[in-house]
Design a protein around this ligand. Structure first.
Ligand code: UGA
Length: 432
């Protein structure tokens, strides 16, 4: 078993650190945020992720999982150092590499034994070379450091499951020995391994996320056409998805993709293509279609009120960018709520986990339950498909709103069932 240090305790770093400790490695996670480190030492996860708290507590108690703000302490015995810091979008669309560069310097200044550095963060093609150069230029001790690309494919809300049951682990290494060491690290997971060079591994990550984003934008545009032509996008997705060359996954039409990955990664890949004068218009089109998708939903609501929603009260069910997460980064709900407020509507919000949207607008009314949220409203908008909403007793709920108009932005509810209870329900890509 290996001594591992992980830099950064966001989704990727924390989940990977916890899972590596669960399969027997000794892991020290480093973060600059002291409050966060104290919290994790107590076995409390700073993010909402099903199953994470249990594994945190278990592995801390087995003395396999540690947290610190001190790089020297974390690197003292480590053979492998994982970089899992954020690569946010900068103004140009390119990934901002300041945290990656800092991590490389921290490694160079503090490692005291031969180390394999594993870059887990999503980084533009060529960044592993940059990390290697920064480390070599700043290295203090006389030790050997190899850099290996190992992008992450976990989904928020399913992060633990995805790490244990991934479709593949991509390892991009220039040194066979370093690549083998990373392969050994993950061997207990029994997940298929793809071995390649560093640039290809970096590209696998971006190309996979962009492909999934294209798939979502494609089905959303087909949905909009279905709506005009009287076809049912869910049946269409089932029908095309049964072709194993296409597959049914990521063909759920809705409000477009959000979150911390697809929006930023598609932008970063499009930026790389522009910079290298390569046509990647398919990804550019997916980005544009995604922006338009939530705008179309807002327009649909406004059209229901003959173009004027001023003074109307609207219930928003769900604000997280998808179910089972408290993440609202790039969530379609944010754009929809802003736009409804701008048009003069009053907005009531309920999400099972997210209790505050922060900056948006002090006039938003936060509710404690679905019934509270839909009481006396002119329309109800399902924006995040939390299971709790799907399982609601919609028959009992019909008495709460002023108008039983329900716009399902995620095609999560059954038109047939809800219509029987008296709901006037509208979905994406299906003529009601
Ligand atoms: C995504 C990828 O699925 C992961 O493989 C990847 O590791 C991760 O990004 C990352 O780069 O870190 P995540 O953003 O957590 O994971 O969430 P997804 O479950 O992929 O959903 C992304 C967005 O697409 C959500 O807004 C979701 O509502 C939307 N979506 C997904 C659809 O609109 N339709 C679908 O059929 C599927």
């Amino acid at each position: 078993m290996t001594n591992v240090a992980v830099i950064g305790t966001g989704y990727v770093g924390l989940v990977t650190g916890v899972v590596l400790s669960e399969i027997g490695h000794t892991v020290t996670c480093i973060d600059i945020d002291e409050k966060k480190v104290e919290m994790m030492k107590q076995g409390k996860s700073p993010i909402y992720e099903p199953g994470l708290d249990e594994l945190l507590v278990k592995n801390i108690s087995k003395n396999r999982l540690y947290f610190t703000t001190n790089h020297k302490e974390a690197f003292a015995n480590s053979e492998i150092v994982l970089i899992a810091v954020g690569t946010p979008q900068s103004e140009s669309g390119a990934a901002d590499l300041q945290y990656i560069k800092q991590a490389a310097k921290d490694i160079a200044h503090n490692v005291t034994n031969d180390t394999v550095v594993v870059v887990k963060s999503t980084v533009p093609i060529g960044t592993n070379d940059l990390v290697e150069n920064i480390i070599q230029e700043n290295l203090v001790a006389n030790v050997k450091v190899d850099v290996v690309s190992n992008p992450e494919f976990l989904r928020e809300g399913h992060a633990i499951h995805d790490t244990f049951h991934g479709d593949r682990i991509a390892i991009g290494a220039e040194s066979k020995e370093a690549g083998d060491k990373v392969e050994e690290l993950f061997a207990p997971l029994n997940v298929p391994i793809v071995r390649t060079n560093r640039r290809s591994a970096e590209m696998i990550k971006y190309a996979a996320n962009a492909f999934l984003a294209v798939k979502i934008s494609y089905i959303n545009q087909i949905a909009n056409l279905c709506e005009q032509l009287g076809a049912d996008v869910d049946a269409v997705a089932d029908g095309i998805g049964m072709d194993h060359r296409i597959g049914r996954a990521f063909l759920n039409a809705g409000l477009g993709y959000g979150g911390s990955c697809f929006p930023k990664d598609t932008e970063a890949l499009a930026y790389l293509a522009r910079e290298n004068e390569v046509d990647l218009s398919i990804v550019e089109a997916a980005i544009l279609a995604n922006h338009r998708q939530s705008e179309m939903f807002t327009k649909k609501i406004i059209d229901k009120f003959q173009g004027n929603i001023e003074g109307k009260t609207l219930a928003i069910l769900g604000v997280a960018f998808k179910p089972n997460t408290d993440d609202i980064r790039e969530a379609p709900s944010l754009k929809i709520i802003s736009s409804l407020l701008k048009q003069g509507a009053k907005v009531k919000v309920f999400d099972p986990v997210v209790k505050d949207l922060g900056y948006i607008n002090p006039s938003i009314e936060y509710c404690d339950s679905v019934s509270d949220c839909i009481t006396d409203v002119d329309a109800t908008l399902l924006v995040t498909e939390w299971q709790e909403f799907i399982d609601c007793d919609w028959e009992a709920l019909i008495k709460y709103p002023k108008v039983p108009l329900l716009l399902d932005g995620r095609n999560a509810l059954s038109i047939e069932r809800l219509s029987i209870f008296g709901w006037d329900i509208d979905r994406i890509g299906i003529v009601p």
